[in-house]
Design a protein around this ligand. Sequence first.
Ligand code: AMP
Length: 541
Amino acid sequence: MGGTPYLRLARACESINALSGRKDKVAQIVKLLQEVGPEEAAPAILLLIGRVAPEGDEDKLEIGAAAIYQLLEEAGQTTLLASEPPTILDVWNGLREISRLRGPGSRERKLAILRGLLAGMSDLEKRWFLKQLMGEMQHGANEGLVLEAIAELTGASTDEVQRAFMLLGRLGDLVELALRGGREAIKSVRLQVFRPVRPMLAEMCHDLEQLLKESEKPMSFEYKFDGARVQIHVRDGEVRIFSRRLSEVTRSLPDIVQVVRGFSSSFHEIVLDGEVVAVDETGRPMPFQELLRRFRRLREVEEEAERIPLKLWIFDILYLDGRELLDMSYWERRELLEKLIPAEYLAPRIVTSSIEEVQAFMRRAMEEGHEGLMAKNLDSPYRPGRRERLWLKIKPADTLDLVIVAADWGHGRRMGWLSNYHLAAYNPETGEFEVVGKTFKGLTDEEFEWMTKRLLELKISDDGYTVTVRPRIVVEVAYNEIQKSPKYKSGYALRFARITRVRADKAPEEADTIQRIRELYERQFERKRLPKEIMIWRLRG
Ligand code: AMP
């Protein structure tokens, strides 16, 4: 009987858990990799970081907590016949089988597999195996540490390892490759048609004016679509489509496949990056309420899924007829796209450094039902899997009218001023003002001075750090997101709050209420989640 025992993995988990230093944890992973065979490497590493399936595969075990407790109890009660201790591959294959089981009798079958594995395990193995099942490893071993371990093991640089990982898409494949071919193999990884790469990601832009000021060159501004990311691979008319998480979704998107075939005669091989958006009969992105209605119906009538029309938008090209284009500039890639892809499928965009033009373009995007804009650096390469400032999301800010209930004394340049304002929403039920955030952003020096004077007139108390004031001053506050937060009694916190103006025309009781914040929070949650859920649902195939 060959194969590394699962006990070896459980021991690695135990050691990693006991160590606190990053380097020490990495060393444990290196050691593990030195001991397992190349065919075991992927399962070992994925199990180690708490995964039960390779990227791109369904990784739901669908084992309820009740079933796990049942197993635990059984394991404690019965002296099970001593079975063979499982190997790493036994555990991996068992879990893979469990995730494929569906339908009647599957619960019993799943339990039987788990019982079989548990029967041969020591206490240490059981402990880590159950953590695995519950998705709660909590020992701190993650993808990042594994990449470091691979670099250390092979002598490749972290950049080389990172690049290979993004191009291969799957951590397991990378680990196996590293064990088989070392640094040379890692360096020679190339983008391949029909093997999805990690899509490039974007950071949030909080200040458009600042962005334009900082950027020496004009930037490209594209519509930001609110749909699902797709990576389209074509070879001689054969089209395959992958989701953001690298699952193949071709079968669920026959309409998109048709569209791509329609323009695929001008090349042999291509890899495109884009987004599919649910639209109504007129081609307009579906408004939220509409999606909600369809979603409810969809739950009952599965076939309806086919009837959600989708529109394809393409915004990048990664590969063309044998050439990897990742290091080409955005500008050149976009030019290529314009030659190859009909304009109706290309993300609308402008190149500018004028804030007025960007704002007008943003209005147009919003009017047409999109989410905002994406700013792209003209010289930027395509960086698979990276979230950097080469692409920036710009969403129109939301604002709330809030009341200042306290302020902290400033430091450094703001010494002598009250500069960090505690912002509160009104609760008409209790008549109280509940803090939902703090900010020192948005005011000019003159405004700080004015505000300090005004707040001191309203002072209730001063502990040398924070001045509590009577709730009188209403300010308009822009923010990017409302989050649930234990930090404030209200239970909510605004992300990236900044004051946009003083609302001298408003009385404190006319400020936005905590109930409204709750409502906005819920809506924001639905807006974000729901369309994605539908898309994911359809994209699952
Ligand atoms: P977010 O999911 O909010 O981090 O925003 C990034 C996502 O926006 C990307 O992963 C794409 O799915 C999507 N997106 C929409 N329009 C564009 C565009 N023009 N360029 C790049 N990504 C876009």
